[in-house]
Design a protein around this ligand. Structure first.
Ligand code: SAM
Ligand code: SF4
Length: 331
């Protein structure tokens, strides 16, 4: 799948549910409007569409949400994609999770062919964790991470930088992740979900954070690359790898290789743009995969060159259609 700007699209982020067992304030309302079950693709439908993408050239699939581990039948999807790995059709199968249910399934994820998971964790402080997630217990996440490590899964910690909320607690996370042997990435908050319409001065750029951290840590240039938007350093004091993802302050669109599909079958080519393709009706009415694949390719022609998030204006601007909740789009 080569887009009009010559980018090879090989990475599908598949959201399997809009539901979650947490309510991170930047992502979901406390009582969100949830989709009717009939609107959400069934597991067999998700498997079918994923295989269309794989036939078209996707080699890496990340399962996300909402919280993927609360989705009924999630292990059937993981097993099916694991078969595609075993047959050499898919190179990598990963998941982004909040980690709450990881302890229960880590062994099975590994057995199905998964080798890495990303766990979102914004702080180690139990009170702050509860404030950010509205009711989460950080210990449960740490147990999940430990179980994943024990099962042989490589864990990456994803931390959203929240100005005035967790920015003073990042050092503790960096030290912990380094000691545990987990890579870590600091991610710039985006004007989406619970942060839609937020004034520009409420966002902390990871570049500023990196500059500030380098007064306390020795951040050595690293050649670690994952093909994603993160730029990495090695933290000399811990030996750990630390990545910085700048969504807003630096555009990484020129190397974008990804496509997203929501749990309702909406394919979006860019978080910051309006173009999308609806696959649900096709999946439900057509027995053949060819029309689905053709619709994907037709949509690919619309993949924009880059996003239009603007920081500096107040509030941060973003297309109205994308101001929906992050849990629907899949982070
Ligand atoms: N529930 C899973 C989790 O939390 O890892 C997967 C879905 S969640 C939507 C995926 C990622 O989106 C999380 O790492 C979260 O921090 C990120 N996210 C949510 N709202 C965001 C926002 N407004 N800006 C940037 N990232 C956001
Ligand atoms: Fe749930 Fe993940 Fe959104 Fe937090 S970021 S509310 S864990 S979907």
């Amino acid at each position: 799948m080569i887009d009009p700007f010559g980018r090879d699209i090989t990475y599908l982020r598949l959201s399997v549910t809009d539901r979650c067992n947490l309510r991170c304030f930047y992502c979901m309302a406390e009582e969100p409007e949830l989709l009717a079950h009939s609107e959400v693709l069934g597991i067999e439908e998700l498997i079918r569409v994923s295989r269309c993408f794989i036939r078209l050239g996707v080699t890496k699939l990340r399962i996300t949400g909402g919280e993927p581990l609360v989705r009924n039948g999630i292990m059937d999807l993981v097993s099916a994609m694991g078969e595609d790995i075993a047959r050499g059709r898919l190179r990598e199968l990963t998941m982004t999770t909040n980690g709450l249910r990881l302890a229960k399934v880590a062994d099975r994820l590994r057995a199905a062919g998964m080798r890495r998971v990303n766990v979102s964790l914004d702080t180690l402080d139990p009170d702050l964790f509860r404030r950010i997630t509205r009711w989460g217990e950080v210990e449960q996440v740490l147990d999940g991470i430990a179980a994943a490590k024990e099962a042989g899964l490589k864990v990456k910690i994803n931390t959203l930088l929240l100005k005035g909320i967790n920015d003073r607690k990042i050092d503790a996370l960096v030290a912990w992740a380094g000691a545990q042997g987990h890579d870590m990435t600091l991610i710039e908050a985006m004007p989406l979900g619970g942060l839609a319409g937020m004034p520009a001065d409420q966002f902390l750029s990871v570049e500023d954070m990196r500059r500030e951290m380098s007064t306390r840590w020795t951040l050595l240039p690293s050649d670690h690359v994952t093909g994603g938007p993160a730029r990495y350093v090695t933290v000399a004091e811990t030996g750990g790898t630390l990545g910085f993802i700048t969504a807003l302050s630096q555009c990484f669109c020129q190397s974008c290789n990804r496509v997203r599909m929501t749990c309702t079958g909406t394919v979006t080519w860019c978080l910051g743009q309006e173009s999308s393709v609806e696959l649900r009706e096709l999946v439900r009415t057509d027995q053949h995969d060819e029309p689905i694949e053709q619709a994907i390719l037709a949509g690919l022609a619309e993949k924009p060159r880059g996003h239009h998030f603007v920081v500096g204006a107040d509030p941060v601007s973003i297309p109205a259609s994308q101001c929906s909740r992050m849990n629907r789009m899949g982070g």
